[in-house]
Design a protein around this ligand. Structure first.
Ligand SMILES: CC(C)(COP(=O)(O)OP(=O)(O)OC[C@H]1O[C@@H](n2cnc3c(N)ncnc32)[C@H](O)[C@@H]1OP(=O)(O)O)[C@@H](O)C(=O)NCCC(=O)NCCS
Length: 178
């Protein structure tokens, strides 16, 4: 039995960050130096890290970022899940579903009770099996780099945990990291 752990940038240790970067490196290979630099650049004070640890080994990780989305012009404070990953020697054992369930439980305790993530089409069945739903609402992404808005690419999906159906309208996501 593994209990998900929630950490904030304030209480995570350097050793835990290195373990997470090592785990992420299985799916997104870079040097450790580059992983740590990315972490530094892309971590905000209100991020929440969700981990699954067994016998001292990190088996799974995801990050919940605080984000504001626009739904038909109205601002909604939501969470965005990124960097979802399970150690490759422990995949297919339900840990990904446990991790996504922990993210959903945490999301229910936030004001809007809404979370989303962007993924590729091939990853949709995993998130759907975890109870997250694909949104087919008209959706655009606005990055802070001033390149304007873009629609989802054909192979991109926006999966949501949104039990109250609040992402119901024209959606604009804001951010550079999803
Ligand atoms: C995607 C990932 C997180 C899944 O974790 P996992 O621990 O292997 O998944 P689980 O064992 O919890 O599977 C949960 C459910 O999803 C299904 N599932 C898992 N991977 C799947 C896939 N690639 N395609 C379809 N279904 C999948 C399982 O069959 C299971 O369904 P069930 O409950 O009906 O039996 C893991 O494979 C991973 O870390 N991949 C590399 C990183 C990555 O691609 N992350 C996603 C970035 S958006």
């Amino acid at each position: 039995m593994i209990t998900p752990r929630f950490l904030s940038p304030r209480d995570i240790t350097q050793a835990e960050i290195r373990a997470i970067c090592t785990l992420k490196n299985q799916s997104w290979p870079h040097s450790m130096e580059s992983q740590l630099a990315w972490w530094e650049k892309n971590t905000a004070g209100d991020d929440r890290f969700v981990t699954l640890v067994r016998d001292g080994s990190l088996l799974a990780f995801l990050r919940l970022r605080s984000r504001t989305v626009s739904v038909s012009g109205a601002r909604l404070d939501v969470l965005c899940a990124t960097e979802v990953c399970v150690d490759e020697s422990h995949q297919g054992q339900g840990l990904g579903a446990l991790l996504m369930g922990a993210a959903a439980t945490h999301t229910k305790q936030t004001s809007a009770g809404v979370a989303y993530l962007l993924c590729r089409d091939v990853q949709e069945p995993f998130y759907a099996a975890c109870g997250w739903r694909r949104t087919d609402a008209p959706l655009q992404i606005e990055s802070s780099s001033g390149r304007g808005r873009r629609p989802l690419a054909a192979d991109e999906r926006c999966m949501t945990f949104d039990p109250q159906d609040r992402l119901n309208g024209q959606i604009v996501l804001f951010g550079d990291v999803f």
